[in-house]
Design a protein around this ligand. Structure first.
Ligand code: CMP
Length: 142
């Protein structure tokens, strides 16, 4: 992307949260947290698309279950803007394992397990740029 991306991050509302009807509540939390939603769409990933997205985890024991789950039902993918967006979105989500997430975080409230943990967020500006580019073209980011 030509745009400076240090104020952008990539987010997913995962299939567990969409299926449970939590999409609107999570979007409310995002807006209440001071993020600007620059792009948003509901998709259902193919298995191959989920495998490509999580390629860094290919050798992990949870890879098959993770990609099966992520391609099992619709999810919502988003580009979020805020100063320090990567850190800010990770803070709002809470720890990967909902059982270890702080009170008041999205994963504490909506996550069921480390695998079905309601949301995803990029872990660095560099990966945010890669992940945004995986799901959105430049014209979709407004
Ligand atoms: P996410 O932020 O989407 O990035 C990688 C995902 O792998 C992570 O959230 C978890 O949902 C999942 N994950 C990480 N560790 C495990 C694990 N031990 N078992 C199952 N899934 C995991």
């Amino acid at each position: 992307m030509a745009e400076q991306i240090n104020n952008l991050t990539f987010a997913i509302i995962k299939p567990d949260a969409v299926r449970a009807g939590h999409t609107g509540k999570i979007i409310d939390r995002i807006i209440g947290g001071g993020f600007r939603i620059r792009a948003l769409k509901m998709i259902q990933q193919s298995r191959a698309q989920a495998e490509g997205f999580y390629d860094v985890h290919r050798s992990k024991p949870f890879f098959a279950g993770l990609t099966e789950f992520m391609s099992s039902a619709p999810c919502v993918v988003m580009v979020l803007e805020k100063d320090g967006a990567v850190r800010a979105w990770r803070d709002l989500m809470g720890a990967t394992d909902p059982a270890k997430a702080d009170e008041g975080t999205i994963r504490k409230e909506f996550g069921a397990s480390v695998g079905e943990n309601a949301t995803h967020g990029s872990d660095s500006d560099e990966n945010a740029a890669i992940e945004i580019g995986y799901f959105f073209n430049r014209l979709e980011i407004v």
